[in-house]
Every structure is written in C-alpha cells, then in structure tokens.
Write a protein that binds this ligand. Sequence first.
Ligand SMILES: Cc1cc2nc3c(=O)[nH]c(=O)nc-3n(C[C@H](O)[C@H](O)[C@H](O)COP(=O)(O)O)c2cc1C
Length: 185
Amino acid sequence: MVKVVAICGSLRKASVNRALMRSLQPLAPEGMEVVEAPSIDLPLYNFDIQAKGFPDSVTALADAVRGAAGVVIVTPEYNYSVPAPLKNAVDWLSRVPNQPFQNKPITLMSASPGALGGARAQYHLRQIFIFLEGIIVNRPEVMVTMAGSKFEMVDNAPTVLSDQPTKDVVKQNLAAFAKLIAKMG
Ligand SMILES: Cc1cc2nc3c(=O)[nH]c(=O)nc-3n(C[C@H](O)[C@H](O)[C@H](O)COP(=O)(O)O)c2cc1C
C-alpha cells in the first residue's frame, strides 16, 4: 500500500475543497491510501516561536508529510493566490530539519465557485515548490470550476464529488501521481 497524505488549504467546516479531498479515496488507483494530514491551523510563523522549539502541531504535520510517499494539496484560491493558512503551513515546514517537501511527489487540486477553479493559487504553489524542491504532477490539472454544482449537498454543505467529468480528471490525476511516486522510488 502506498500512503499519501492530503492537506486541505481551507480551515472551514463546509469547505468545498475539504469535500473534494474527502472524495479522493474511491478515485485513487488500487494500492494508494489517502490519509488526511493533521490540521494546518498552526500559529503564525514567527522565528521567536521556532527558537523556543517547533510547536507540536508543526512537528505533527512535518512528520505526516515526511512519512508519506506523496502529498495531495487541495486548496481554494484567495485573492488570486495561496490562502494564508496553507502558505503559513508550508513556511513552517520549510524550516524544520530534513525539509519534508524535498523530492516529495506532490499533486495539486483546487475548487472554486469561479470560472478558473483556483488555477492561480496552484501556479503560485508551483513557484513555491520550485524552491522547496517538491516534485509536482504536471498533467492533468484538477481545477474544479463552478464547484457549487459539482457535489452532493447535505444541509447546504458540499459532501461527495458527483460530477462525472470532474471525477474522471481526478482519477487521471491520481493515476499520474501514482506513476510519479513509483518513478521517484
Ligand atoms: C478571502 C477570500 C478571497 C477569495 N479570493 C478568491 C479568488 O481569488 N479566486 C476564486 O476563485 N475564489 C476566491 N474566493 C472564493 C472562494 O473560492 C470560495 O469562498 C471557496 O468556497 C473557498 O473554498 P472552501 O469552500 O474550500 O473554503 C475567495 C474567498 C475568500 C474568503
């Protein structure tokens, strides 16, 4: 079994990106287990905190990433970029010893009610992971546009991804991710 860890870039309960993240397991190739990462609700990065020792919440997230064969990031776009809690989490992990994203296969997904599906946040993440030497799946990209209409809804909250063309592209993305993981050994 190849274990991959999934990080959601949104903190809110009724997040459409969290719903997408929780829809991944049945779309993953055989032999891939998708496990939710510990929370990214971390203190704001501050070297003064780091100097006293990394918070347990940071260490837990770093260990989860280090221990996984790959990372799936499922995130909204905020103001044409990466949401602050996710950027903050990446900043914390970039400072821990044995930087966990280095040479780590990563796949990016995003969902938005808008027409671009969070594309701009994904491209900013790609830029960030150049420096951190994460290895990102290139194709196919998963940008879920008009996301409100693509999930089953329960009590006004999105639950399971129901749009078949989107499910197909997610499946293809996770298959490419599995290939990248196998190639990275
Ligand atoms: C601060 C803020 C900025 C946003 N900026 C964008 C944006 O640049 N592009 C976009 O497509 N949606 C933007 N949105 C709308 C989000 O895509 C939408 O709220 C989405 O549901 C958030 O993801 P979540 O449901 O996983 O929390 C923004 C929302 C917030 C709260």
